[in-house]
Structures are given as C-alpha cells and as structure tokens.
Design a binder for this molecule. Structure first.
Ligand code: UAG
Ligand code: ATP
Ligand code: API
Ligand code: MG
Length: 491
C-alpha cells in the first residue's frame, strides 16, 4: 500500500514536507524494535517511555514516515505527519493497512470485571458447533480455528489486534469472541474494531491502581457500549446483565439494540430454579416467552450468568435456541476456572482464577454449596496490581472458608512480604497461617486436610508461571496440587 493512501486516511494532520516522496509501505509499527526499510513508525507516549525518543532509531532502521503528536524538526528524506493523538492515528492507519478485517466477520466483544475469559470460550464453543471457523482473543491466548498464539495482554495492542483479525479473515473465520479489558478501552486498543455485539458480564472492584476510582473504572467499561453502533437505528446489539446496577446504566446509554439477561430481575433471557451440584448445575431458562430446562457441566451461580451472557451473544447473532442449548450443555469449562483436581485420598483441590474480591467470594460461595467437609482456601494477591483488593480478599477467605492460608501470587516487582502484610491488615484479629512460598502453602493445605475436604487454590488459574521481579518461573497450581495430593496418597 502506498504511504499517501494511508496518510490520506487521517483527516486532521500537518504533513511536512507538503510534497513528500511517496513510497510502498513495508510495515506499520509503533515499536522501533520492529522497524524495517520503508516502515511507517507511529510514536506513542507510553506509561514507561515516550516513543518520540526513539525516532532517531526508527530512521536509522529505515522508517520513511513518522507519525508524531509533538512538534519535531524536519528530517531529510523522511515524511513527518503530526496529529493530535497518535493512538487514534494508529487505530485509523492500522484498520486501513490491514483492510478492515474485523468487518468481514461477526465480532463479539465481552467486557466486565469477571467472566470475560469464560464467556468468550462459551461463545467460541457455540460457533464451533455451528461448524463456523472461530476466533478468540483474550487472557489465555489468541486462537484461530485450532491454532493458538501467545498473548501478552488480555486485549492486545491495536496492531497485534488488527494483525490477528487479518489472519482470521484469511482463515475464513466467521465469528470472533474478544475480551475487552477496561484498560484497553481507556487506551483505545479496540478503536477501529467493528464490534457487532458487546456483552457486559458484571462490575465489581479491580484495577484501582490504574483507574483510581470506581467511577473511572465504570466509565472505562461504559465505552464499549457507548462506542457501539451509531445514533441511527442499527443492527448492533448490547447483551447486558440487568441484575448488575451498572448494566442498567449501560443499557440506558447505548444506541444499540439491547438484549437483557439475568436471574433476579425481569430479563429477556432469564434463568430460574438454579440448582448447583458438585458436578454441574440445573436451571430453567426463559427466552422471552419460551421455556427450557438446562443441565450444564459448569458449576456455580456465577457460571449461570456466564452461560446467559454467551446465550445472548449467540442468539443476537442468529444461532437457534436449540443449538445454543446443546452447545452450552456440553461445554466442559475453561482451564483454571473451578478446575477440579481429584485424588484417591478423598481430598479434592479446585484451581480457580479468582483474583478479585468478588471472584473469590463467588468461588467460595459455590464450593460451600456442595462441600460436605471443611473448605481450605490458599490465596495470595498479585504485585503491581490494585493493592486495595488485598485486605478485602483476605477478609473473604477468612469469612467463607474454614481454613484460610495466605501465600504469594505473582509478586512482580513488589516485596511479597509486604503484600502479605497488606492482606493480614484486613484480618487483624485472626491468626492466619502464611507461607511466602506458594508450593509450601499448597502442600500445607494438603497435609492438614482430611478426606472429604476441599482445597480452593485461588488467583492463578491457568497460569503456568509465577512472576518474581521481572522473571517468569514455571509454576502451575494444578501441577503442584496433583503432586501434593499424590504425596499424601503415598502415606
Ligand atoms: C500500563 C499498560 O497498560 N501498559 C501497556 C503499554 O505499555 P507502555 O505504555 O508501558 O509502553 P512503553 O514501554 O512506555 O512504550 C511506549 C511506546 O514506545 C515504544 N518503544 C519502546 C521501547 C523501544 O525501544 N522502542 C519503542 O518504540 C513502544 O512500542 C510503545 O509504543 O502498552 C503495551 C503495548 O500495548 C502493553 O503491553 C502494556 O501492557 C502492560 C504489559 C501491562 O501490564 N498492562 C496491564 C496493566 C493491562 O493492560 N491489563 C489489561 C487488563 C487485564 C485483565 O483484566 O485481564 C489487559 O488488557 O491486559
Ligand atoms: N460471572 C462471574 N461473576 C463473578 N465471578 C466470576 C464470574 N465468572 C468467573 N468468575 C470468577 O472470576 C475468575 C476469573 O474468571 P474469568 O477468567 O472468566 O474472568 P476474566 O474477566 O476473564 O478475568 P481477567 O480480568 O483476568 O481477564 C473465575 O475463576 C471465577 O472465580
Ligand atoms: N489479568 C489480571 C490477572 C491477575 C492474575 C493474578 N494472578 C495476578 O497476578 O494478580 C491482571 O493483570 O490484573
Ligand atoms: Mg480474562
């Protein structure tokens, strides 16, 4: 594609020199480490560094045009495009450069504090069963059909995102489910993505290190719905949990058509008579006036909400009710979400990715529904993340389990002892055992438990690593739990 074709996409800009030499663009990049001959380099002001500082490097490596938001001196042989906001320019350029791939498929964006990964996997499963080629982008991976690719963020940066959609288009993907984090919404990582259906799961505390207040966090989440569709009638749909107060606001504010779901309130898609067992859940489902009964493999009230969300997304995209129900009934769950590790010694471990107060509360309430013995809870909190979650998660572990054990999650660059002290500050009157080493905490729970007891290992779910400082070490809760339970069997 010619540079002039791309540059003309940005309406409001200053280009110097005015009569620049056109060239065939080899790549569009925002990271100088990826610049090659004939790249366009977009300088982004980041949280750690300012991309404008790397302009000399970009030019050395062969960039022929630079997009900036600061005034810079002319550079011989280089076209400079100055805009008001380089993030926005990058979104416009990326969509054009990759040929607007998201417009060629159904895109379902899922946002909310908890449940995004679970709901996107449920949606993927429904469309797969329709024999549609599917795409999935989220915390665990990017997946196109059967192929998975690693990912650094829950919602990737705009270039990775557009590149992934371009690959999906090439692979003839018909429906893609994508997790949209609040941080991504604030940073404009989904600008230019043609989202057809926006799903809201729930709103509780997380990420206050980043958003500072719950109001700002809510504003971030609202953007997905505010940005959906246009001010005229359209075919976009917002699928909204109406039992959540914030959901009511989003339903009120979007110009898209709204499909509501819930259990407590009068929703278009409504579950009732929910019965939770250790191996599954039963409930009645009403879709407008029609009634159905579901027996699903996923456990817990919160998963009923996730199922309703996925149902809504598929229904909004024309999948038949019977087909959706069939897919949801056989959905096996997601790795690290209430993942059961059974053993011959009669003690069960459950690995769960609950890393927010509400997530932990839900996981423990669900386990308490079917636990016949005592409940242990091994839990820690991540470093370089919302510190105000720590005392709250500690309180929930103490209140909703018989035997809380505190340990490290991903300390990242924080001192793990300080994180544990902040957890303990939430339960000053309790004498909770503390193990800095997560493996030892899991082993201690297994050693102390009796047959019939359940051990919840919360916070890291599918993660197969522990981040200490800037280094990722191999660590897998399920693997450690299996090993500890095996050692117990041998006794
Ligand atoms: C705070 C935050 O969101 N940071 C994100 C941000 O990084 P940053 O602003 O620090 O980038 P930077 O290092 O300052 O670089 C600025 C610019 O200079 C460029 N650069 C940099 C170095 C160089 O040599 N040359 C160069 O050109 C960079 O490519 C970039 O364009 O942009 C990066 C690229 O898009 C992200 O990967 C990174 O996410 C970091 C890893 C992160 O931890 N983010 C978390 C907080 C996050 O986004 N989480 C959400 C929610 C999780 C959930 O709830 O599931 C997520 O969506 O993952
Ligand atoms: N609908 C829900 N409501 C409340 N808690 C939930 C819900 N769904 C899942 N959880 C809890 O939150 C944990 C994380 O679930 P999931 O990974 O699906 O959420 P997520 O929104 O993708 O999280 P992240 O923000 O890390 O991407 C689960 O292990 C479970 O304990
Ligand atoms: N996507 C979430 C994951 C948290 C997982 C937990 N194990 C932690 O490290 O805090 C985040 O980045 O906040
Ligand atoms: Mg997720």
């Amino acid at each position: 594609m010619l540079a002039s074709t791309l540059i003309s996409e940005i309406k409001f800009k200053v280009v110097s020199p005015k009569n620049y030499d056109d060239f065939e663009v080899s790549s569009l990049v925002s990271d100088t480490r990826k610049v090659e001959e004939n790249s366009i380099f977009v300088a982004i002001k980041g949280y750690t560094v300012d991309g404008h500082e790397f302009i000399p490097e970009a030019i050395r490596k062969g960039a022929k045009a630079i997009v900036v938001q600061e005034e810079i001196d002319d550079i011989k042989g280089v076209t400079i495009v100055r805009v008001n906001n380089t993030n926005r320019a990058l979104a416009i350029l990326a969509d054009k450069f990759y040929g607007s791939p998201s417009s060629s498929m159904k895109v379902i964006g899922v946002t909310g504090t908890n449940g995004k990964t679970t709901v996107t996997h449920m949606i993927e499963a429904i469309f797969r069963d329709q024999k549609d080629r599917t795409g999935l982008i989220g915390t665990m991976y990017r997946r196109i059909g059967e192929k998975t690719y690693p990912t650094a963020n829950t919602t990737p940066d705009i270039l990775t995102l557009q590149k992934t959609f371009a690959e999906m288009k090439k692979e003839n993907v018909k429906a893609a489910a994508i997790e949209v984090s609040s941080i991504a919404l604030i940073q404009g990582r989904v600008w230019g993505i043609d989202v057809d259906t926006a799903v809201f799961t729930n709103f509780t505390q997380d990420h206050l290190d980043y958003h500072k207040t719950m109001a700002e966090y809510a504003h971030a989440k609202s953007l997905l719905f505010a940005q959906l569709g246009n001010t005229y009638g359209n075919d976009k749909t917002a699928v909204i949990n109406i039992d959540d107060e914030m959901g009511k606001n989003f339903a009120q504010d979007t110009s898209a058509q709204v499909l509501t779901y819930g259990i407590k309130n009068d929703a278009m898609i409504k579950a009732s008579n929910v019965k939770i067992h250790s191996q599954g859940t039963d409930f009645d489902l009403k879709v407008f006036e029609d009634e159905y009964h579901l027996h699903v493999k996923t456990v817990g009230m919160f998963n009923v909400y996730n199922l309703l969300a996925a149902f809504g997304a598929a229904y909004a995209n024309g999948v038949s009710i019977h087909a959706i129900i069939e897919s949801l009934e056989k959905f096996p769950g997601v790795k690290g979400r209430l993942q059961l590790i059974s053993s011959d010694c009669g003690i069960s471990a459950i690995v769960d990715y609950s890393h927010t107060p509400d997530g932990l509360l839900n996981a423990l309430e669900t386990i308490n529904e079917f636990a016949s013995g005592d409940v242990y809870c091994v839990v820690g909190c991540g470093g370089d993340r919302d510190a105000t979650k720590r005392p709250k998660m500690a309180q929930i572990a103490v209140e909703y389990s018989n035997h809380p054990i505190f340990t490290s999650d991903n300390p990242r660059t924080e001192d793990p002892e300080k994180i544990l002290d902040q957890m303990l500050s939430g339960v000053p009157e309790k004498n909770v055992p503390v193990y800095l080493d997560r493996r030892e905490a899991i082993q201690a729970a297994v050693n102390a438990a009796n047959p019939g007891d359940i051990i919840l290992i919360a916070g890291k779910g599918h993660e197969d690593y522990q981040i200490i400082g800037h280094t990722k070490h191999h660590f897998d809760d399920a693997e450690k739990a299996t090993k500890a339970l095996d050692s117990r069997e041998g006794r």
